[in-house]
Design a protein around this ligand. Structure first.
Ligand SMILES: *Cc1c(COP(=O)(O)O)cnc(C)c1O
Length: 397
């Protein structure tokens, strides 16, 4: 049984703050600053360039990849790290299209995060070979799978509503149609159990700054099904994904396995912060995380229904049908959220009218859920959010 009081104590969250935005940027662990200063002063400062060998820096993407592999149900050696999620989406999609050269459709859904769709659009433009991005409503994905679809590219948990796709069913359906399945686990990794290998999906990608708490701009991950890794074609053929980077050969030869999805020099400081953050998952069973997440989000939904009866739930009411966040709709969502943040309850908004609250079991408990809901209720009942200063927009929401 996972000890969530122990994991909560690992996080440095300011006193008085209820942090319900770990679905966007997880908080730092207490140990991260010390780890970073050790890497800067001892490893980088002490060993200088020798540290690539003496401190195992070049193996860090594989080491963090293995730790993340456990959390998404993948075998060791099947995940590597680097770049941002947008880049990893591009790489997975490019490799998937190369596996189905006679098909021209990329199938996604209208709830997908825009950058995933933008990257597909960019790749289509670059290939200039008649590819089409088709987006359908999330509930219509299965019906849209046919023999024109090269790749089904979906995000398991909808970033706005928290709606959870049925990965097992949709991956099976994609394979029946002869399509390659790519899953974006941005809102899944560290939030719920993912059986990526069990479902036989070809590719998965995700970021590490949300539920994995790797820090702002932390490196992304990519999984390639092991039986495909030796044949997957890397579109971004950078030297660190070469079979022999330090042979400095003029021609590109991909590394044997998933390492071919590396591109350039690994971000060592960011990888060190991520590695320190992943300590929080040591001894944590993802099935316990899921149970606890449902308990917390369920308590929040029930408490909001009491404290703010008119507020419309934008997430599925059935906890089994959502990820680890709950969302509500309010026409003045932005101002409501600013008022809430001033009272110490931090969530975020997605235009035009969605209030989002993420429930990360590693550092939240039932008191947090109850307090967050109570303060939300007070702000709506008093109309405190109507103060004009709460409507002044910042660049990042
Ligand atoms: C958060 C998120 C991203 C962000 O991509 P970056 O390249 O890391 O900025 C992409 N896709 C999905 C589905 C996300 O939730």
């Amino acid at each position: 049984m996972t000890d969530f009081a122990r994991t909560k104590a690992l996080f440095a969250i300011p006193d008085g703050v209820v942090y319900l935005d770990g679905n966007s940027l997880g908080p730092p662990l207490r140990g991260v600053a010390a780890r970073l200063s050790r890497v800067v002063e001892e490893e980088w400062g002490g060993d200088l360039i020798r540290a690539w060998n003496t401190r195992g820096w070049m193996a860090m993407p594989a080491a963090s990849g293995d730790r993340i592999a456990r959390l998404i149900g993948a075998p060791a050696g099947s995940v590597t790290m680097g770049d941002t999620l947008s880049i990893k989406v591009f790489q997975a999609l490019a490799a998937a299209l190369a596996m189905r050269p006679d098909r021209r459709v990329i199938l996604s859904d209208t709830g997908n995060f825009p950058t995933d769709l933008y990257m597909a659009q960019g790749l289509i433009g670059l290939k200039d070979a008649g590819y089409r991005l088709v987006t359908v409503a999330p509930e219509n994905v299965e019906a849209a799978l046919d023999d024109t679809v090269a790749a089904m590219m979906l995000t398991e948990v909808d970033y706005r509503t928290g709606r959870l796709h049925d990965m097992a069913r949709l991956t099976r359906a994609a394979h029946r149609a002869g399509a390659v399945a790519i899953w974006d686990l941005a809102h899944s990794a560290g939030a719920l159990p993912v059986g990526i290998a069990e479902h036989d999906a070809e590719f998965a990608v995700g970021c590490t700054y949300k539920y994995l708490n790797g820090g702002p701009g932390a490196p992304a991950f990519i999984y390639v099904r092991p039986d495909l890794a030796a044949a997957a074609r890397p579109a971004l053929s950078g030297w660190i994904g070469h079979a022999a980077p330090f042979a400095f050969e003029p021609g590109y030869r991909p590394a044997p396995g998933v390492e071919r999805m590396r591109v350039g020099t690994p971000p060592i400081l960011a990888l060190a912060a991520l590695d320190a953050a992943l300590d929080a998952f040591d001894g944590v069973d993802m099935a316990d995380v899921r149970r606890r997440s449902i308990e917390l989000s369920g308590a929040f939904v029930a408490a909001v229904a009491r404290a703010a009866p008119g507020l419309e739930l934008a997430s599925p009411r059935d906890p089994a049908a959502r990820g680890s966040q709950v969302s509500f709709r309010h026409p003045q969502a932005y101002a409501v959220m600013q008022a809430l943040i001033e009272r110490g309850v931090i969530g975020d908004v997605r235009a035009p009218d969605v209030l989002r609250f993420g429930f990360a079991p590693l550092y939240l408990d039932l008191d947090d859920a109850e307090r967050g809901a109570a303060i939300l209720g007070e702000i709506l009942a008093s109309g405190a959010w109507r103060e004009p200063r709460f409507s002044v927009r910042a660049a990042v929401t």
